[in-house]
Ligand binder design. Structure first.
Ligand code: NAD
Length: 331
């Protein structure tokens, strides 16, 4: 069977997802949700979606009676994920929600619970969890090829433009670079080291308090400590272009990825040489794999469920707390 997806929030990333789905083997766009009638018209024609499967934010709860939709893919600004996910779950649909899962751990937990209660699956749009170079480095690490892991470095950022955009509005974004791009370094440190952190420390730097208002971080450095004694040192920023690098070192060897989380191609190198893995369109692979998770119960190598999204939110809150207090926060 094919996974029939309704896309919600027809913005920049949804456009990329929609195009990528065209090459999927097991995914089809069968519904659209948008607050802009003109967008619904253009998208509907482009992707061949019947008018009866187009909704707006007022009436999308009616999706409940739509037999042609299995899952709602929530691609709206961060602060809206909570409401949109819970409503989709209550309508009996599985949910794929973009990262970050929500703007707080409390909201994330409510989303996980709502989906559980409704008996639907909740997945987070962590596309790197399906990216072949990433998976090859994870395989090598699990196989002991780097030895016991001691250190990870994750550097993620870009220079953000338009000061009026939702990403720079605390109410809609829930924070700044950390919520949006730093989450990749955090999430990456967990799947690269292969452990959960037990403490965090963090420092914030702000060079432009006009563009980056209170609660919207421009740059955050954070450190994580793991039970094994491994540590991670990460940087999240909205003020440097082309910052996209992972570095992992163990007792026996290293892996380096640059770019590491951009749309690709991802490039990997280890002490053994270049990482040989296919170059793919991330979202095409992600969506086909998510079809297998939802329809066949397939277990991914790295979890992408709501709990996984919630783990990152809990650590992000600790990072913000550590940056504000200057204290080491135990997790
Ligand atoms: P965007 O601004 O391009 O699109 C957001 C869409 O939401 C727009 O169509 C907008 O009209 C709609 N929207 C609905 N209600 C809104 C409201 N009240 N205020 C503002 N917009 C509203 O943003 P985007 O880059 O597509 O990001 C959307 C989500 O996707 C974010 O959560 C982001 O973190 C995530 N994202 C993920 C990736 C990835 O690689 N996984 C990449 C980019 C964005």
């Amino acid at each position: 069977p094919v996974l029939r997806v309704a896309l919600m929030g027809l913005g920049g990333y949804a456009s990329r997802v929609a195009e990528s789905i065209q090459s999927c083997k097991r995914v089809k766009i069968t519904g659209l949700i948008s607050g802009t009638p003109e967008k619904l018209q253009t998208w509907r024609k482009k992707y061949n979606v019947p008018e009866s499967s187009c909704y707006n934010y007022q009436n999308f709860d009616n999706i409940k009676s739509n037999k042609d939709i299995d899952v709602v893919y929530v691609i709206t600004p961060n602060a809206l994920h909570h409401n949109h996910t819970i409503r989709a779950a209550r309508a009996g649909k599985h949910v794929i929600c973009e990262k970050p899962l929500a703007i707080s751990a409390k909201e994330g937990k409510e989303m996980v619970e709502a989906c559980k209660k409704a008996g639907v699956k909740l997945l987070v749009g962590y596309r790197m969890h399906f990216e072949p170079t990433t998976l090859e480095v994870i395989r090598m690490r699990s196989n002991g090829e780097f030895g016991s892991i001691k250190f990870f470095q994750g550097l993620c950022g870009f220079r953000i433009g338009d000061p009026a955009q939702w990403r720079l509005n605390k109410a809609l974004a829930g924070g700044g670079s950390m919520m949006d791009i730093g989450i990749y370094a955090l999430n990456g440190s967990r799947y690269m080291v292969g452990e959960e952190p037990v403490w965090v420390t963090a420092q914030e730097t702000k060079t432009d308090p006009v563009k980056f208002k209170a609660g919207v971080d421009e740059t955050i450095q954070f450190q994580l400590g793991f039970k094994s004694g491994a540590t991670a040192s990460c940087l999240s920023t909205y003020n440097m272009n082309y910052l996209d690098k992972f570095f992992l070192n163990g007792e026996k060897g290293f892996a380096e990825m640059q770019p590491s989380i951009g749309y690709g191609p991802i490039k990997g190198r280890t002490h053994k040489g270049a990482v040989d893995a296919p170059i793919v369109v991330h979202q095409t692979v992600q969506m086909d794999e998510m079809a297998a998770i939802i329809l066949d119960g397939k277990k991914p190598v790295v979890a992408v469920d709501g709990e996984e999204g919630l783990k990152d939110l809990r650590i992000i809150e600790a990072i913000y707390q550590a940056a504000a207090s200057g204290k080491k926060i135990m997790l």
